[in-house]
Ligand binder design. Structure first.
Ligand code: GLN
Length: 478
């Protein structure tokens, strides 16, 4: 059976466009049509953009004239998370606060994608300001998981994940502060990459936790994740935290990889069938000649606690700018204080308010030593432990999540939602790159639900993540 154009990967579509078996217009139309048809049910997009005829024509001309030399992303329809600015379009971060905020410039990643001729289908739903793991915290209703619409797609980049998984675009960008690319990728059967901190510019991404945030791809294949990553990465004068290509020592690898598994962490409440899928994925890799080694990462058990001190602290500082004066929703009361209170009370949802309270508390003078500084110290220890582990392995592996996609409302208690991030937050705390790769499915109520395997590599060793991702893909297809 031949694939419909919207079902193609970036690699396949780029090839078909060059072979003239597909036009940019046809590719755009099938994605836009699928999005229009399916979105009322899934709510993956908060807004679908009109076709930009000039851009579509320009992409076609470029492919026709430059042929193989045209960028792979030329003419490829992408979905963009609603916290990444596209000039002239609304960027709401799925918050009432920014419901009508229109971006006045392009995020650096958007500028890079436009230069390559990429097309934008729309802006995707998310947890408000990227806080959450289910997309249920969006001010504009939750997104549904295309594999089972009674379940969440994960979050906070759940709209981007659902849009790619349901073929309402070819690939998407998300942001990841504690797992928001990798966890939704796992729960919808996609590859999701969180690049090394500083590898991709954050200029034009609505800030959540500035020492943790990274933009990255959600894609159907590892090859696509690689293509998108190469397109968006690089030093940027507009983001002083971006890093030169050679900041960290180069790591070469052989064809056979050493996979570090922290067995002591796996005792944690992983559902038995997810654990079985993980063990099967490792066994398949071993069969292909890769080796499994034991690694100790003792401080990782405290990573989640450290994250939920540092992230709210940074969020509370970043969200202080939404004061009803400078950006977004503006309510007018009797006094200036009323303006602030009314704007912020009406503009922010409950999870956002909870994080602001938590963050303000851990930064307050009486508690900063007990909470924020301790968590920050844990971060340095985590980083050292990983450096030590990478002396004897190329990547560290664990399941991306404890279980497959959960039902709407199932994690109403905030702490149970925070536990979703247990395996993903460490890479944000250390700044290391990490990827989630599909590792098969488990059954729930007669449906097959995707689950993911998670790999962390040393800083700036994304090439190792693509290598192991390809190894998982080929072992699964073997
Ligand atoms: N789920 C995590 C949180 O709620 C991570 C969010 C993210 O990566 N943006 O903070």
């Amino acid at each position: 059976m031949t694939k419909r154009p919207n079902e193609m990967t970036i690699g396949e579509a780029a090839h078909a466009l060059r072979a003239r078996s597909l036009t940019v217009r046809e590719l755009w139309d099938t994605c836009a049509e699928a999005a229009r048809t399916r979105n009322p049910e899934l709510n993956a997009y908060l807004e679908l953009f009109d076709a930009d005829e000039a851009v579509i024509d320009a992409a076609q001309i470029r492919i026709d004239t430059e042929k193989e030399a045209a960028p792979l992303l030329c003419g490829i329809p992408l979905a963009i998370k609603d916290n990444i600015l596209i000039e002239g379009h609304i960027a709401s971060a799925a918050s009432k606060m920014l419901e009508n905020y229109r971006a006045t410039y392009d995020a650096t990643v958007i500028r890079k994608l436009k230069e390559r001729g990429a097309l934008f289908v729309g802006r995707t739903n998310m947890d408000e300001f990227a806080m959450g793991s289910s997309t249920e915290h969006s001010a504009f209703g939750p997104t549904k998981n295309p594999h089972d619409t009674s379940r969440v797609p994960g979050g906070s980049s759940g709209g981007s994940a659902a849009a790619v998984a349901a073929h309402l675009c070819i690939a998407a960008l998300g942001t990841d502060t504690g797992g928001s690319i990798r966890q939704p990728a796992a729960l919808t059967g996609l590859a999701g990459l969180k690049p090394t901190y500083g590898a991709v510019s954050r200029s034009g991404a609505i800030a959540l936790g500035s020492s943790l945030d990274q933009i990255g791809p959600l894609t159907k294949t590892i090859e696509d994740a690689h293509i998108l990553y190469e397109a968006i990465r690089g030093l940027d004068p507009l983001d002083s935290t971006t890093i030169p290509d050679d900041l960290y020592p180069a790591r070469s690898i052989s064809a056979k990889l050493r996979i570090g598994v922290p067995r002591h962490l796996l005792a944690e409440n992983i559902t038995p069938d997810v654990r079985a899928a993980f063990d099967a994925a490792l066994a398949a890799l071993e069969k292909e000649g890769h080796t499994i080694v034991d690694v100790e990462l003792p401080t990782s058990v405290h990573a989640l606690a450290a994250y939920y001190v540092i992230q709210p602290a940074e969020a509370s500082a970043n969200l202080a700018r939404y004061d009803g004066v400078r950006y977004g929703l503006a309510k007018r009361g009797e006094t200036l204080l009323d303006d602030y209170l009314d704007s912020r009370t009406e503009g922010f949802g409950s999870e956002t308010r909870r994080r602001i309270l938590l963050g303000t508390f851990v930064l307050s003078s009486g508690y900063i030593d007990a909470y924020y500084r301790k968590a920050d110290a844990a971060r340095a220890v985590l980083r050292r432990e990983y450096e030590k582990a990478f002396e004897k392995c190329d990547v560290v592996a664990f399941p991306t999540t404890l279980s497959p996609a959960f039902k709407f409302g199932e994690k109403g208690d905030p702490v149970s939602m925070y536990l979703e991030d247990i395996f993903t937050v460490t890479a944000n705390l250390t700044g290391a790159p990490a990827i989630s790769v599909p590792m098969g499915t488990v059954e729930r109520e007669g449906r097959r639900l995707p689950v993911g395997i998670h790999f962390t590599a040393p800083h700036q060793a994304e090439h190792i993540l693509f290598a192991i991702g390809n190894a998982v893909e080929s072992a699964r297809n073997a």
